[in-house]
Ligand binder design. Sequence first.
Ligand code: SF4
Ligand code: SF4
Length: 378
Amino acid sequence: MQITDLNTIPHFGFGLMRLPVIDGDTEKIDIPQVCRMVDAYMDRGFTYFDTAYPYHQGQSERAVKKALVDRYDRESFLLADKLPAWSLKKQEDVQAIFDEQLERTGAGYFDFYLLHSIEKKWYPVYNQYGCWDWAQRMKAEGKIRHFGFSYHDDAELLDQILTEHPEVEFVQLQLNYLDWENPVVQARRNYEVCRKHGVAVNVMEPVKGGTLANLPPEAQQLLDDSDSESNAAGLALRFARDLDGMMVILSGMSSDEQMKENLDEMADFKPLSDSERRTIDEITRVMLSKPTIGCTACRYCVDDCPKKIIIPELFRAANGAAMYGLGSREKSYYKAALTDGHGAAKDCIKCGRCETACPQHLPIRELLEKVSETFDQE
Ligand code: SF4
Ligand code: SF4
């Protein structure tokens, strides 16, 4: 399939990694609310749903079955799922995980299937287990309709992979205006490599895990003073949507309200004006002057921490303090993350497991020391 065909898909996707939950338990998804979100999304003509094996510790795939597959005609929506390199310990695991995903979702086939989170560490694993050829076999059997991968590394490796694998139809990139020139994320350079190879681009983290939806006061003021009618999240979504070769902009929505706001922006999409582009540049300058941590709250680091530290929640509190000052809201975020036996930043024993899992390559141990200096002295 050519990029032009993929372009016929409505360009706004529902990411299923931060679904609403009950009692703060990420495994207890609020299914009635997800059903309402799915209905609102489908009612506005959008069709693309993106889940993965580890999201909500496997419960995201099960929520897909309950809220979508069991309630809608299979041909009326597009479902994407992903193979996790870090769960592959032997050859048979590739097929076993795929079969488990088909069983969890009840989907029968995946419209889009991705090798999850390719980076230097995982590319050899996908090669070792022959995942590229295996995916083509699944395609021939009709269990996968389109094949691609999500990506978290530099432009050189991406260029190499796309040269070695011309069968790839699309790549999912972390892309937002704040990461556009980020030397680690390399959003612009990776996007340009995809354009060079003629593969479609899916965008993940267009709002950078919510960071671009809640701007610090100085940046929000710039948006308020501009002639843009978009809110902060809408502006970030439109930045990504406005790029050529986009297939789907994914947003990991967590409530009816977020769904409604994003639908209003994306159903009636307007390209950015020149003055909105200037506003984005100014907001970027302000944001980059704040010492925030580039955590996208993906939670890949959480499960293996021996001290049960909910790292993204602690980073969220620290980022709040960096952007708005250390107030009671940030202190209460931090405190809330320590309930039920979850460790504080000072409890980190520096084993490094979290850093192995982090697709943002964050120096988590070092960052936790700083977080501890701010919050554990209270
Ligand atoms: S380095 Fe610290 S935060 Fe990371 S997994 Fe180990 S104990 Fe947990
Ligand atoms: S620290 Fe890294 S792995 Fe953990 S939630 Fe943040 S981005 Fe994800």
